[in-house]
Design a protein around this ligand. Structure first.
Ligand SMILES: [Zn+2]
Length: 336
Protein backbone atom coordinates (compact mmCIF):
# COMPACT_ATOMS: atom_id res chain seq x y z
CA UNK A 1 0.00 0.00 0.00
CA UNK A 2 2.91 2.36 0.65
CA UNK A 3 3.75 2.37 -3.06
CA UNK A 4 0.14 2.90 -4.04
CA UNK A 5 -0.20 5.88 -1.65
CA UNK A 6 3.16 7.36 -2.73
CA UNK A 7 1.95 7.18 -6.34
CA UNK A 8 -1.34 8.80 -5.33
CA UNK A 9 0.56 11.65 -3.63
CA UNK A 10 2.66 12.09 -6.75
CA UNK A 11 -0.46 12.21 -8.92
CA UNK A 12 -2.44 14.31 -6.39
CA UNK A 13 -5.35 11.88 -6.13
CA UNK A 14 -6.98 9.76 -3.41
CA UNK A 15 -7.66 6.03 -3.28
CA UNK A 16 -10.87 4.54 -1.90
CA UNK A 17 -10.51 1.65 0.54
CA UNK A 18 -13.59 -0.56 0.42
CA UNK A 19 -14.56 -3.13 3.06
CA UNK A 20 -15.44 -6.69 2.18
CA UNK A 21 -17.01 -9.71 3.90
CA UNK A 22 -17.81 -11.95 0.94
CA UNK A 23 -17.24 -12.84 -2.69
CA UNK A 24 -19.79 -10.48 -4.24
CA UNK A 25 -18.24 -7.43 -2.57
CA UNK A 26 -14.73 -8.37 -3.71
CA UNK A 27 -16.02 -8.94 -7.24
CA UNK A 28 -17.80 -5.58 -7.21
CA UNK A 29 -14.58 -3.73 -6.26
CA UNK A 30 -12.42 -5.54 -8.81
CA UNK A 31 -14.94 -5.04 -11.64
CA UNK A 32 -15.18 -1.33 -10.79
CA UNK A 33 -11.37 -1.10 -10.72
CA UNK A 34 -11.13 -2.78 -14.13
CA UNK A 35 -13.84 -0.59 -15.63
CA UNK A 36 -12.26 2.65 -14.35
CA UNK A 37 -8.63 1.45 -14.58
CA UNK A 38 -8.07 2.14 -10.89
CA UNK A 39 -5.67 0.78 -8.30
CA UNK A 40 -7.64 -0.99 -5.55
CA UNK A 41 -7.54 -1.23 -1.75
CA UNK A 42 -9.63 -4.16 -0.50
CA UNK A 43 -9.91 -4.15 3.27
CA UNK A 44 -11.21 -6.50 5.91
CA UNK A 45 -12.03 -5.70 9.51
CA UNK A 46 -11.76 -8.12 12.39
CA UNK A 47 -15.51 -8.66 12.08
CA UNK A 48 -15.10 -9.61 8.42
CA UNK A 49 -12.27 -11.97 9.24
CA UNK A 50 -14.33 -13.81 11.85
CA UNK A 51 -17.47 -13.83 9.64
CA UNK A 52 -15.48 -15.48 6.83
CA UNK A 53 -13.32 -17.69 9.07
CA UNK A 54 -10.37 -15.66 7.78
CA UNK A 55 -9.17 -18.18 5.19
CA UNK A 56 -12.25 -17.89 2.97
CA UNK A 57 -11.77 -14.14 2.68
CA UNK A 58 -8.03 -14.42 2.16
CA UNK A 59 -8.41 -16.89 -0.70
CA UNK A 60 -11.14 -14.78 -2.30
CA UNK A 61 -8.72 -11.85 -2.21
CA UNK A 62 -6.01 -14.01 -3.76
CA UNK A 63 -8.47 -14.96 -6.51
CA UNK A 64 -8.99 -11.25 -7.14
CA UNK A 65 -5.26 -10.68 -7.67
CA UNK A 66 -5.13 -13.70 -10.03
CA UNK A 67 -8.13 -12.67 -12.09
CA UNK A 68 -7.29 -8.93 -12.26
CA UNK A 69 -3.49 -8.95 -12.75
CA UNK A 70 -3.51 -5.50 -14.33
CA UNK A 71 -4.89 -3.87 -11.15
CA UNK A 72 -2.41 -2.97 -8.37
CA UNK A 73 -4.30 -4.43 -5.40
CA UNK A 74 -3.74 -4.03 -1.65
CA UNK A 75 -5.06 -6.50 0.92
CA UNK A 76 -5.45 -4.34 4.01
CA UNK A 77 -6.43 -5.11 7.61
CA UNK A 78 -8.87 -2.45 8.82
CA UNK A 79 -8.74 -1.52 12.54
CA UNK A 80 -6.37 -4.16 13.91
CA UNK A 81 -7.13 -3.97 17.65
CA UNK A 82 -3.83 -5.35 18.95
CA UNK A 83 -0.27 -6.15 17.99
CA UNK A 84 -1.28 -9.84 17.84
CA UNK A 85 -4.16 -9.21 15.41
CA UNK A 86 -1.82 -7.29 13.11
CA UNK A 87 0.81 -10.02 13.31
CA UNK A 88 -1.77 -12.68 12.43
CA UNK A 89 -2.83 -10.69 9.36
CA UNK A 90 0.80 -10.29 8.32
CA UNK A 91 1.37 -14.02 8.78
CA UNK A 92 -1.63 -14.79 6.59
CA UNK A 93 -0.49 -12.59 3.70
CA UNK A 94 -2.09 -9.17 4.07
CA UNK A 95 0.12 -6.56 2.38
CA UNK A 96 -0.93 -3.73 4.68
CA UNK A 97 -2.26 -3.50 8.24
CA UNK A 98 -3.87 -0.86 10.39
CA UNK A 99 -2.81 -0.87 14.03
CA UNK A 100 -5.56 1.06 15.75
CA UNK A 101 -4.00 1.77 19.12
CA UNK A 102 -6.29 4.75 19.67
CA UNK A 103 -8.46 2.25 21.52
CA UNK A 104 -7.37 -0.51 23.90
CA UNK A 105 -7.44 -4.12 22.58
CA UNK A 106 -11.12 -4.35 23.63
CA UNK A 107 -11.78 -2.04 20.66
CA UNK A 108 -13.91 0.23 22.88
CA UNK A 109 -11.86 2.06 25.52
CA UNK A 110 -9.83 5.10 24.44
CA UNK A 111 -6.13 4.47 25.15
CA UNK A 112 -3.23 6.68 26.17
CA UNK A 113 -0.80 8.25 23.70
CA UNK A 114 2.02 6.17 25.19
CA UNK A 115 0.18 2.87 24.71
CA UNK A 116 -0.78 3.79 21.15
CA UNK A 117 2.74 4.84 20.15
CA UNK A 118 4.32 1.76 21.72
CA UNK A 119 1.92 -0.76 20.16
CA UNK A 120 2.04 0.92 16.74
CA UNK A 121 5.84 1.07 16.81
CA UNK A 122 5.96 -2.66 17.50
CA UNK A 123 3.72 -3.39 14.50
CA UNK A 124 5.78 -1.05 12.29
CA UNK A 125 8.98 -2.94 13.16
CA UNK A 126 7.48 -6.34 12.31
CA UNK A 127 5.62 -5.12 9.22
CA UNK A 128 8.40 -3.09 7.64
CA UNK A 129 10.88 -5.95 7.99
CA UNK A 130 8.55 -7.84 5.63
CA UNK A 131 7.82 -4.90 3.31
CA UNK A 132 4.29 -4.44 4.67
CA UNK A 133 2.65 -1.04 5.14
CA UNK A 134 1.25 0.25 8.45
CA UNK A 135 -1.58 2.68 9.04
CA UNK A 136 -1.93 4.15 12.55
CA UNK A 137 -4.68 6.21 14.18
CA UNK A 138 -4.47 9.14 16.54
CA UNK A 139 -7.63 10.60 18.04
CA UNK A 140 -10.86 8.55 18.17
CA UNK A 141 -13.64 8.34 15.60
CA UNK A 142 -17.30 8.44 16.53
CA UNK A 143 -19.71 5.53 16.33
CA UNK A 144 -19.24 1.77 16.25
CA UNK A 145 -18.68 -0.54 13.31
CA UNK A 146 -18.41 -4.35 13.38
CA UNK A 147 -18.22 -4.11 17.17
CA UNK A 148 -15.25 -1.76 16.90
CA UNK A 149 -15.42 1.76 18.31
CA UNK A 150 -15.97 3.55 21.56
CA UNK A 151 -19.41 4.80 20.56
CA UNK A 152 -18.14 8.27 21.30
CA UNK A 153 -19.49 11.56 20.15
CA UNK A 154 -17.48 12.28 17.00
CA UNK A 155 -16.18 15.60 18.31
CA UNK A 156 -15.02 14.41 21.74
CA UNK A 157 -11.62 12.95 20.73
CA UNK A 158 -10.47 14.96 17.69
CA UNK A 159 -6.85 14.51 16.59
CA UNK A 160 -4.49 16.97 18.24
CA UNK A 161 -1.99 18.23 15.60
CA UNK A 162 0.95 18.30 18.08
CA UNK A 163 0.24 14.71 19.08
CA UNK A 164 -0.05 13.68 15.41
CA UNK A 165 3.43 15.05 14.68
CA UNK A 166 4.90 13.31 17.72
CA UNK A 167 3.08 10.05 16.91
CA UNK A 168 4.45 9.91 13.36
CA UNK A 169 7.95 10.71 14.64
CA UNK A 170 7.85 7.97 17.28
CA UNK A 171 6.21 5.22 15.23
CA UNK A 172 7.31 5.66 11.60
CA UNK A 173 3.81 4.84 10.28
CA UNK A 174 3.22 5.07 6.53
CA UNK A 175 -0.30 6.45 6.81
CA UNK A 176 -2.22 8.17 9.57
CA UNK A 177 -5.95 8.00 10.28
CA UNK A 178 -7.19 11.16 11.94
CA UNK A 179 -10.39 12.05 13.78
CA UNK A 180 -12.01 15.19 12.37
CA UNK A 181 -15.65 14.63 13.29
CA UNK A 182 -16.56 11.62 11.16
CA UNK A 183 -18.16 8.46 12.55
CA UNK A 184 -18.45 4.85 11.49
CA UNK A 185 -21.87 3.57 10.37
CA UNK A 186 -24.82 5.19 8.58
CA UNK A 187 -25.69 7.86 11.17
CA UNK A 188 -22.79 10.28 10.88
CA UNK A 189 -24.52 13.67 10.91
CA UNK A 190 -28.08 14.77 11.72
CA UNK A 191 -27.94 17.40 8.98
CA UNK A 192 -25.56 18.34 6.20
CA UNK A 193 -22.22 18.83 8.02
CA UNK A 194 -20.78 22.31 8.49
CA UNK A 195 -17.34 23.42 9.70
CA UNK A 196 -18.73 23.00 13.22
CA UNK A 197 -19.32 19.26 12.86
CA UNK A 198 -16.82 18.23 10.16
CA UNK A 199 -13.49 19.79 11.11
CA UNK A 200 -11.76 20.17 7.75
CA UNK A 201 -9.70 23.04 9.23
CA UNK A 202 -8.18 20.50 11.62
CA UNK A 203 -7.25 18.27 8.67
CA UNK A 204 -5.63 21.20 6.86
CA UNK A 205 -3.61 22.04 9.97
CA UNK A 206 -2.40 18.43 10.37
CA UNK A 207 -1.37 18.35 6.70
CA UNK A 208 0.55 21.61 7.12
CA UNK A 209 2.45 20.07 10.02
CA UNK A 210 2.91 16.64 8.37
CA UNK A 211 3.17 17.35 4.64
CA UNK A 212 4.85 13.99 3.91
CA UNK A 213 2.44 11.73 5.80
CA UNK A 214 -0.38 10.07 3.90
CA UNK A 215 -3.60 10.96 5.72
CA UNK A 216 -6.57 8.59 5.94
CA UNK A 217 -10.22 9.59 6.27
CA UNK A 218 -12.30 6.95 8.05
CA UNK A 219 -16.08 6.90 8.22
CA UNK A 220 -16.19 8.66 4.87
CA UNK A 221 -19.24 7.29 3.18
CA UNK A 222 -21.40 10.01 1.69
CA UNK A 223 -24.66 8.22 2.59
CA UNK A 224 -26.46 9.58 -0.50
CA UNK A 225 -30.17 10.21 -0.19
CA UNK A 226 -30.87 8.16 -3.37
CA UNK A 227 -29.48 5.04 -1.71
CA UNK A 228 -31.44 5.66 1.50
CA UNK A 229 -34.59 6.24 -0.55
CA UNK A 230 -34.34 2.91 -2.40
CA UNK A 231 -34.14 1.04 0.91
CA UNK A 232 -37.09 2.92 2.39
CA UNK A 233 -39.13 2.67 -0.81
CA UNK A 234 -38.97 -1.13 -0.61
CA UNK A 235 -39.91 -1.59 3.02
CA UNK A 236 -36.76 -0.40 4.83
CA UNK A 237 -36.82 1.86 7.87
CA UNK A 238 -33.73 4.07 7.74
CA UNK A 239 -33.95 7.31 9.68
CA UNK A 240 -32.86 10.48 7.85
CA UNK A 241 -29.06 10.82 7.95
CA UNK A 242 -26.13 12.65 6.34
CA UNK A 243 -22.63 11.47 5.46
CA UNK A 244 -19.44 13.20 4.34
CA UNK A 245 -20.08 15.27 1.19
CA UNK A 246 -17.90 14.31 -1.78
CA UNK A 247 -16.66 17.91 -2.12
CA UNK A 248 -15.26 17.78 1.45
CA UNK A 249 -13.43 14.55 0.63
CA UNK A 250 -12.06 16.19 -2.52
CA UNK A 251 -10.85 19.13 -0.40
CA UNK A 252 -9.12 16.56 1.82
CA UNK A 253 -7.47 14.97 -1.22
CA UNK A 254 -6.06 18.39 -2.14
CA UNK A 255 -4.58 18.45 1.39
CA UNK A 256 -2.81 15.17 1.95
CA UNK A 257 -5.66 12.64 2.16
CA UNK A 258 -4.61 9.56 0.15
CA UNK A 259 -6.87 6.82 1.51
CA UNK A 260 -10.61 7.19 1.98
CA UNK A 261 -12.52 4.44 3.79
CA UNK A 262 -15.97 3.68 2.40
CA UNK A 263 -18.20 0.89 3.66
CA UNK A 264 -21.69 2.17 4.49
CA UNK A 265 -22.44 3.41 0.94
CA UNK A 266 -21.77 -0.08 -0.43
CA UNK A 267 -23.89 -1.70 2.27
CA UNK A 268 -26.76 0.65 1.45
CA UNK A 269 -26.44 -0.03 -2.29
CA UNK A 270 -26.49 -3.81 -1.85
CA UNK A 271 -29.34 -3.81 0.64
CA UNK A 272 -31.43 -1.51 -1.53
CA UNK A 273 -30.96 -3.76 -4.56
CA UNK A 274 -31.87 -6.88 -2.57
CA UNK A 275 -34.97 -5.23 -1.05
CA UNK A 276 -36.11 -4.18 -4.52
CA UNK A 277 -35.99 -7.78 -5.81
CA UNK A 278 -37.76 -9.11 -2.71
CA UNK A 279 -40.47 -6.46 -3.07
CA UNK A 280 -41.00 -6.71 -6.82
CA UNK A 281 -40.48 -10.44 -7.31
CA UNK A 282 -41.59 -12.21 -4.12
CA UNK A 283 -41.71 -15.49 -6.07
CA UNK A 284 -37.91 -15.49 -6.53
CA UNK A 285 -35.83 -17.75 -4.28
CA UNK A 286 -32.55 -18.27 -6.13
CA UNK A 287 -29.94 -16.24 -4.19
CA UNK A 288 -28.36 -15.22 -7.48
CA UNK A 289 -31.53 -13.38 -8.45
CA UNK A 290 -30.83 -10.81 -5.74
CA UNK A 291 -27.07 -11.14 -5.17
CA UNK A 292 -26.31 -10.26 -8.79
CA UNK A 293 -28.25 -6.96 -8.69
CA UNK A 294 -26.67 -6.31 -5.26
CA UNK A 295 -23.20 -6.83 -6.69
CA UNK A 296 -24.01 -4.58 -9.67
CA UNK A 297 -25.31 -1.84 -7.34
CA UNK A 298 -22.12 -1.92 -5.26
CA UNK A 299 -19.94 -1.92 -8.37
CA UNK A 300 -21.70 1.25 -9.53
CA UNK A 301 -21.04 3.06 -6.24
CA UNK A 302 -17.39 1.94 -6.13
CA UNK A 303 -16.76 3.02 -9.74
CA UNK A 304 -18.34 6.40 -8.98
CA UNK A 305 -16.13 6.89 -5.89
CA UNK A 306 -13.01 5.83 -7.81
CA UNK A 307 -13.78 8.50 -10.37
CA UNK A 308 -14.60 11.15 -7.73
CA UNK A 309 -11.42 10.42 -5.74
CA UNK A 310 -9.29 10.73 -8.91
CA UNK A 311 -7.76 7.23 -8.87
CA UNK A 312 -9.50 6.29 -12.15
CA UNK A 313 -7.06 5.86 -15.02
CA UNK A 314 -4.03 5.28 -12.77
CA UNK A 315 -3.93 1.45 -12.59
CA UNK A 316 -1.35 1.21 -15.34
CA UNK A 317 0.97 3.99 -14.12
CA UNK A 318 3.38 1.69 -12.33
CA UNK A 319 4.39 -1.93 -11.77
CA UNK A 320 3.90 -3.18 -8.20
CA UNK A 321 7.13 -3.39 -6.15
CA UNK A 322 7.63 -6.76 -4.44
CA UNK A 323 7.42 -7.02 -0.65
CA UNK A 324 11.11 -8.09 -0.58
CA UNK A 325 12.09 -4.91 -2.39
CA UNK A 326 9.90 -2.81 -0.08
CA UNK A 327 11.54 -4.48 2.95
CA UNK A 328 14.96 -3.47 1.58
CA UNK A 329 13.78 0.11 1.08
CA UNK A 330 12.47 0.34 4.63
CA UNK A 331 15.76 -1.06 5.89
CA UNK A 332 17.79 1.47 3.91
CA UNK A 333 15.53 4.28 5.05
CA UNK A 334 15.92 3.25 8.69
CA UNK A 335 19.69 3.04 8.51
CA UNK A 336 20.12 6.13 6.29
ZN1 LIG B 1 -12.49 3.10 10.40
Amino acid sequence: MRQLLDEAAQGAYGVGAFNVNNMEQIQAIMEAARETKSPAIVQASRGARSYSQDRFLYHLMLAATELYPEIPTVLHLDHGNSVETCKSAIAMGFTSVMMDGSLMPDGKTPSTFEYNARATREVVETAHSKGITVEGEIGCLGGIEDGHGAGLDALSHLTDPDQAVEFVRQTGVDALAIAIGTSHGAYKFTKKPTGETLKMDRLLEIHRRLPNTHLVMHGSSSVPKELQDIINQYGGKLKPTWGVPIEEIQLGIKNGVRKINVDTDNRLAMTGAIRKVFWEKPEEFDPRSYLKPARDAMKKVVAQRMTQFGQAGHAGDYAPISLEEMAKRYQQHLTA
